[in-house]
Design a binder for this molecule. Structure first.
Ligand SMILES: Nc1nc2c(ncn2[C@@H]2O[C@H](COP(=O)(O)OP(=O)(O)OP(=O)(O)O)[C@@H](O)[C@H]2O)c(=O)[nH]1
Length: 353
């Protein structure tokens, strides 16, 4: 079927959020929803793009950018080219979702999308994913006096905020946490819609709503200019996280990997990757995640078949050599029986349901 030369510009929606907040989980939930044809660009910080391998569901077109933040990589890691390709009218995509790395600064990501050279796209909004458990310790912590100062400027980039992991809080604390987070977000961004997303699940209609007209109807041109200026005023000023990637040569001792996850190296906030474990003649793979002090073990989705075994450790202040040694040690070939470690791993697996 011929494509109209006046095909509408494809909205590009950014998924931002701190390390491990749940961006891939939200993305997967959107991709499971039938209806819209979505393109995906996944940016990951480590040398192995773990997130790209963990994207499940119906991706109509995909691109992967690994090895650093979009905003810090030379030529933004090829984002313009990826958007140019994905916005080809022949692909007939309804929207393109860009999952930023957890170390990216949302204002910088919004600016890259706004000023991309890909001519058939338009900014479709920024969805900031917020970890209900960790956010007030990591992104928006109180000062030493226990009081919050001005909210982080990144809140100003968001068009929708999605709060994840509330179910992991004690029931009696959930409502208060959502209220506190919403109040903080709206101190910077007064009209920001905020919603809870149990296990990353949000209504895709809301996301495509976020991607509504570029400049809200009735908005004074001045408002658009102010928004662009705010994005400009915060150039790439984010704290540079570091990532250490260590591939695994073969099956590992799960006990050693769990020792690492239970006592991560100083400065490591996030670890993720895939490991293989061999018992008898059976080899099984597991997806390992650590966010803060919370470890999660899951079976691999189909997409993980294409990813090599290994771990990526990420943190703002880590000693790369020391961390690499710890990861290598944890991923070394087993030197003895692994039964006890396997039972520990399966216990984590059950608790991660
Ligand atoms: N209980 C619970 N766990 C969640 C939720 N959302 C994400 N997780 C878990 O949190 C961990 C990190 O989730 P991801 O979706 O990979 O987070 P991310 O923001 O893509 O991570 P980075 O790209 O590394 O910054 C995984 O173990 C998820 O299973 C949620 O709503 N509830």
């Amino acid at each position: 079927m011929p494509v109209s030369p006046s095909a509408p510009a494809v909205p590009v929606i950014a998924l931002t959020g701190f390390l491990g907040a749940g961006k891939t989980t939200v993305l997967n939930s959107l991709l499971r929803a039938p209806g819209a044809r979505l393109g995906v660009v996944v940016n990951d910080f480590g040398a192995i793009n773990v997130d790209a391998a963990l994207v499940t569901g119906q991706v109509d077109e995909a691109a992967s950018i690994a090895g650093g933040c979009l905003c810090c990589l030379p030529d933004h890691g090829g984002l313009d080219e990826a958007l140019e390709t994905l916005s080809d009218p022949r692909l007939r995509l309804d929207a393109i979702l860009v999952e930023a790395s957890g170390a990216a600064e949302p204002l910088a990501v919004a600016r890259l999308i706004r000023f991309t050279s890909a001519g058939r796209t338009r900014p479709g909004g920024v969805i900031e994913v917020i970890d209900a458990i960790e956010h007030l310790r990591t992104v928006d912590p109180p000062g030493t006096d226990g009081r919050h100062g001005p909210p982080p400027p990144r809140y100003g980039a968001a068009s929708l905020a999605v709060i994840t992991k509330t179910a992991r809080l004690p029931v009696q604390e959930r409502a208060a946490r959502v209220t506190t987070l919403t109040r903080r977000l709206r101190e910077e961004n007064s009209a920001l819609p905020v919603l809870e997303a149990p296990h990353g699940s949000i209504d895709p209609a809301l996301v495509l709503d976020v991607a509504g007209p570029e400049d809200p109807e009735g908005e004074l041109p001045l408002a658009a200019v102010t928004r662009a200026a705010r994005e400009e005023a915060h150039p790439i000023d984010h704290q540079h996280a570091r990532a250490v990637t260590v591939p695994a040569a073969g099956p590992v001792d799960p006990g050693r990997v769990l020792d690492l996850f239970e006592d991560p190296p100083h400065g490591v906030y996030r670890m993720k990757g895939v490991i293989s474990v061999e018992t008898g003649r059976t080899r099984r793979r597991f997806v390992m995640n650590l966010v803060g002090r919370h470890a999660h073990v899951a079976p691999p989705p189909a997409g993980a078949a294409g990813i090599e075994d290994g771990l990526v450790a990420i943190g703002p202040h880590l000693d790369a050599d020391g961390v690499r040694d710890r990861l290598r040690d944890a991923l070394a070939a087993p030197t003895g029986p692994i039964g006890r470690g396997m039972r520990r791993l399966l216990r984590y697996r059950r608790l991660s349901e």
